[in-house]
Ligand binder design. Structure first.
Ligand code: F6P
Ligand code: MG
Length: 451
């Protein structure tokens, strides 16, 4: 493991290590076996818990799951062929069909191996095989191997969460005195907090601690120079123009969908943003989209979503618990809804969504704005191609555009579009790891309604 210099010129040392930390701990090839080894260890460590919960039957299940995962690790490390799934789940056929498509495009079954296949595909496939190994072994089929890490990341970020909830409740106490411009400024702040929340993902650090320690609000001015494209104003205008005039001078705001990424601190930043959108009259309802199976270590599942709201509500801090109470009531009133379509845990690029998941595409078409959180969503939005960096975001979307959309992403993988000519070259000369370190971010907007 390589030590990484985390100092950043112009940023107080106390903030730089936590806020602009570089996460290039492991190479991409090292990361997947490392994650798999941790998964095996987690299952083994939980064997007593399984025994207490399910009795004798769990002993065999734990051993059989570990055997399947060890076989998987060996297939990966020795570059074996990618195998069809056999677990008969709802999405199994669709995964196997995708594999067949890979065979066709890569000339035969032997060529679809771990090192010769597109990286995005094999990364997704590993998480789906982990799901298969557990699913085939009841009674531990529904065990979330990443749950402990996600929970820990929430607790490790506790202070930053309190700061953020305190900030939010403070805003509401003065809300009636806010002008339109002040509202816009607050919106930009919370949008940026949600962007930087994306630093806290556990898949890039292969499950190592990666929580938010510094104040998310105080850090913003220091982080501003690291935003390579900032379309915040276009996002604001999309929200404002979605408002429909109502009776006696009132207006009804539109619908916002958030395609979530990581649990822990990042999810809290998304909930805070969603809360603000409602409170400021910028949205009438928010639809959250999460994962239906444990995914890329820290991605949000339905359990994580509910757990986070419950923990926030039960917190020993007045402002935090007040936020939790509010969020719970949004869920109860149906103003916030959670969805987890299986398409989000398949390897497809989003330009395939209209054909391969038309129901999900139709759902997103009902939104006035869709926010896509994180790096993996960005890779799927752009097809994970090695685009020229000056290519327009719209071009990289390859026809995907169910509604006005915005990607909030810290850069962790080798795809980036929509930069100014020469911007990438400058970055490469001063910071060769700019695309993968997680130091830089983008807020990139596209609307199918504007030419
Ligand atoms: O860099 C490792 C990696 O697994 C990428 O492949 C992936 O895009 C990213 O981490 C996940 O990041 P995020 O949680 O922001 O989607
Ligand atoms: Mg993630």
């Amino acid at each position: 493991m390589m030590a990484v210099d985390q100092s950043v010129p112009g940023i107080p040392p106390s903030l730089s290590a936590h806020v602009v930390g570089s996460f290039a701990y492991l190479t991409v090839r090292e990361r997947l076996p490392t994650i798999l080894t941790k998964v095996i260890d987690t299952i083994h460590r939980n064997k007593n818990r399984f025994f207490e919960e399910y009795g004798e039957e769990s002993v065999q299940a734990e051993k059989a799951t570990i055997a399947l995962l060890s076989k998987l690790r060996n297939e990966m490390q020795t570059d074996k062929a990618v195998l069809a799934l056999s677990d008969g789940l709802k999405d199994t056929d669709s995964w196997n069909l995708y594999l067949q498509r890979q065979h066709t495009s890569q000339h035969g079954p032997d060529s679809v191996s771990w090192f010769k296949s597109p990286w995005l595909y094999v990364e997704c496939y590993m998480y789906r095989r982990i799901r298969e190994a557990l699913w085939l072994n009841p009674p531990i089929s529904d065990f979330d191997v990443f749950s402990e890490a996600k929970t820990k990341s929430f607790f490790d970020s506790q202070q930053a969460i309190i700061t953020l909830c305190t900030y939010l409740q403070g805003l509401y106490n003065n809300m009636e005195v806010h002008s339109e411009t002040q509202l816009m400024e607050q919106f930009y702040k919370l949008l940026h907090v949600s962007l930087w929340g994306n630093k806290c993902d556990l898949s890039i650090s292969a499950g190592q601690e990666n929580s938010q320690k510094a104040s998310p609000i105080d850090s913003l001015p220091y982080l501003q120079p690291f935003i390579l494209v900032d379309d915040s104003n276009k996002v604001w205008l999309a929200l404002v123009s979605a408002k429909k005039p109502g009776e006696s001078g009132t207006s009804t705001p539109g619908r916002v969908d958030i395609v979530l990424d990581n649990a822990g601190f990042e999810l809290v930043t998304d909930l805070v943003l969603a809360d603000f959108l409602l409170y400021a009259g910028l949205a009438r309802e928010v639809h959250f989209h999460g994962k239906s199976i444990p995914w890329f270590v820290s991605d949000v599942t339905a359990n994580d979503f509910q757990w986070t709201i419950r923990r926030t509500l039960a917190a020993n801090n007045n402002w935090m618990s007040k936020s939790g109470v509010q969020w719970q009531s949004y869920i109860q009133e149906g103003v916030w809804t959670y969805h987890d379509h299986p398409f989000w845990t398949q390897p497809h690029k989003y330009c395939d969504m209209a054909a391969d998941a038309p129901d999900l595409y139709a759902t997103l078409q009902r939104a006035d704005l869709v926010l896509f959180k994180g790096d993996l969503n960005y890779r799927k939005l752009t097809g994970d191609h090695d685009w020229d960096h000056a290519v327009a975001f719209e071009t990289a979307l390859q026809g995907f555009g169910p509604a006005p959309l915005c990607s909030l992403r810290t850069l962790k993988a080798n795809t980036q579009v929509g930069l100014q000519p020469g911007q990438a070259e400058k970055l490469s000369s001063k910071d060769p790891d700019w695309m993968t370190s997680g130091k830089y971010g983008v807020i990139q907007f596209y609307s199918p309604h504007t030419e």
